[in-house]
Design a protein around this ligand. Structure first.
Ligand code: GTP
Length: 606
């Protein structure tokens, strides 16, 4: 395949606007996969169970297809991108291997917050953008209105917009034509020095690391020796080929092509996303690499049964082989035992990982409250703290702490104008600043859409901001955010005491203005789940030496019987006594016996 018969593209869209469905249609139309019966949506590219459950794409998948137009055969490489705000790093990494992108917008929902962010990423990368309106089969579709939005927001000429239904297949051949006609072919010299760009990797038990590469120059063949620019390590190509959509070995990979390589790479840490590969003995100019994914949400993950730690650690290790953006560190807690502190790109990313641990590895786990990385500025150094335990108890200049800073994001919300006020309130409740808005359509519409922008602490959106946003806008608001640096803030460490002893696993970092509300809420929650003891137990929330909230768990008396949690607990304990295991699981904090499951209840209830 000469370069000018190759097109590399991705599909970019807001979540649920139909990316996977369109990808399926393209694969069908080009005969890469068999027609699914009656247009049923098979979504070949969404492989993981959690992706099917949640209907979101988590990991980018790539597929090559052949397409005949007139006398000529083309090789089209689709680089699928994940569709959620947490995964924007994966989106931009996939785009680096493309020359063009299909910007897919749902004709009934219009432009949404992530349509905006993916559009900007694609434009920054200099990609040719083909605007596509999807779901025109829906009675609620408003193609003209959405085209007007695309014109006003992106400056897209309405006559360039394709109309399709990925569901019925209408308009798909026009999409294939547009890919060939509008997207420039990759440039590259087959005679040049071999140079490839590594943009994704996965792990195979037998063959080791499988890397996805985009060939920039030169030809790569089996048996050749290549080196990584980043690690300087050398490898021999044992297998290469294209994704069609599964791996199909070929004899060579040509400039402009996208394909997979296996080269006896043993550790997935050797495959650096953004790395440049070259032939051993040849020098090449490296491709501009990527910033490594930065973990922004951290949480401790512990086994419900402490004996399961080795198994849990092994499962986490396995999972991180397929998801390299997760960072892992061992940690231990007096209350929960041995565990791991994991770093994620965002809170959805965390949920997805947790679900995969539970689904694919059958792990029973307790996850601590998520924390963002704070900067603690001391007189002589700055420390990033992503575990509340390491946060200073008191922020006091005499303690050499100058200040504390928290990560800030720039948030965009798109919402019908009738919800604008409600959304503004929500943002203000979450410490938003620089709140601004504009309308996305010119007047005359009954209900226009507004784009609300503001800056907000990341801390405010990791808990359940997204759920609130959805419920307070009747599901209409869409949301996206990007990192916007750090800002000085009045943060305090809140600890919880049981019978006057702190429970390390429950420490939180909160803004001072919210300490009362949060302290009271957690103390109530603890009061509800902690089983009564034979003596009275004070449950307190404290900041420094100040007690913010208190509840008292009254003593369990012999006449307490059925119906009460305490009674229930007693019966349960009798039963458990027969199992030796039970003793081991009890955690003793300030003379209070706490079943490990209580932590599960505390940490899983919102
Ligand atoms: P993520 O992978 O989560 O980003 O979502 P996606 O953009 O891949 O969306 P997906 O293809 O999963 O489609 C979302 C929903 O819209 C599914 O229920 C599809 O069946 C439906 N859908 C997709 N295209 C069309 C269409 O043209 N018409 C109609 N009526 N429904 C469609």
């Amino acid at each position: 395949f000469p370069c000018d018969s190759i097109r590399n593209f991705s599909i970019i869209a807001h979540i649920d606007h139909g990316k996977s469905t369109l990808a399926d249609r393209l694969l069908e139309m080009t005969g890469t996969i068999k027609m699914s019966s009656k247009g049923a949506n098979k979504q070949v590219l969404d492989k993981l169970k959690v992706e099917r459950d949640r209907g979101i794409t988590v990991k980018a998948q790539t597929a090559s297809m052949f397409y005949q137009q007139k006398e000529r055969q083309y090789l089209l490489n689709l680089i699928d991108t994940p569709g959620h705000v947490d995964f924007s790093w994966e989106v931009s990494r996939s785009m680096a291997a493309c020359q063009g992108a299909l910007l897919l917008v749902d004709a009934s929902q219009g432009v949404q917050a992530q349509s905006l962010s993916v559009f900007h990423t694609a434009r920054e990368r200099g990609l040719k953008i083909i605007p596509v309106l999807n779901k025109i089969d829906l009675p609620a579709a408003q193609p003209d209105r959405v085209k007007a939005q695309m014109h006003s927001i992106f400056g897209i000429d309405p006559s360039d917009v394709l109309h399709i239904s990925a569901k019925t297949g209408e308009g798909i051949s026009a999409v294939l034509r547009a890919i060939i006609e509008r997207i420039p072919p990759p440039s590259g010299e087959s005679t040049g020095k071999f140079k490839a760009f590594l943009f994704d990797s996965s792990y195979d038990r037998y063959r080791g690391v499988i890397s996805l590469v985009s060939i920039q120059d030169g030809v790569l063949r089996k048996g050749e020796r290549i080196a990584s620019f980043h690690t300087r390590k050398k490898y021999e190509i044992t297998e290469l080929g294209i994704m069609h959509p599964e791996e199909v070995p070929t004899t060579q990979l040509l400039p402009g092509q996208v394909g997979y390589i296996a080269c006896n790479m043993k550790q997935s840490s050797e495959a650096h996303i953004g790395d440049t590969l070259h032939r051993v003995g040849e020098m090449v100019e490296p491709m501009p690499g990527f910033q490594p994914a930065k973990a922004m949400v951290f949480a401790g993950i512990y086994p419900v049964d402490s004996n399961d730690f080795p198994k849990l650690e092994e499962s986490i290790k396995r999972l991180t082989l397929t998801d390299r953006s997760v960072t892992v560190q061992r940690e231990s807690s007096a209350a929960l035992g041995q565990g791991c502190r994991l770093g994620f790109l965002g809170s959805l990313h965390m949920d997805v990982f947790r679900q995969r641990l539970e689904d694919e590895h059958d792990a029973k786990i307790v996850v601590t409250a998520p924390t963002v990385p704070y900067k603690v500025v001391y007189k002589d150094r700055t420390v990033i703290v992503s575990n509340p335990t390491d946060f200073p108890d008191i922020i006091d200049t005499s303690m050499h702490v100058r200040e504390v800073q928290e990560p800030i994001v720039k948030a965009s919300i798109i919402v019908p104008e009738e919800f604008l006020g409600e959304m503004m309130d929500l943002c203000f409740e979450h410490r938003a600043e620089d709140v601004d808005h504009r309308y996305l359509e010119s007047s005359g519409e009954t209900s226009s859409r507004a784009l609300l922008t503001c800056t907000m602490p990341l801390n405010e959106i990791v808990m359940n901001f997204f759920d609130k946003l959805k419920s307070r806008s009747s599901g209409f608001a869409s949301f996206d955010y990007e990192a916007a640096g750090y800002k000085r803030s009045n943060l305090v460490k809140m600890i919880f005491l049981l019978n006057n002893k702190p429970v390390d696993a429950l420490a939180l970092i909160v803004h001072q203005s919210a300490e009362q509300t949060i302290g009271k809420m957690w103390v109530k929650k603890l009061h509800k789940v902690i089983p009564r003891q034979l003596f009275e137990v004070p449950i307190q929330a404290a900041v420094g030496k100040r007690v913010i909230a208190r509840e008292t768990l009254s003593a369990l008396r012999a006449d307490v019987t059925a119906g009460l949690y305490g009674g229930h607990y007693e019966r349960k304990m009798k039963h458990l006594e027969n199992q030796k295991e039970a003793k081991r699981r009890m955690k003793r904090i300030g003379r209070v016996d706490l079943p490990q499951e209580a932590f599960f209840d505390i940490l899983s209830s919102k």
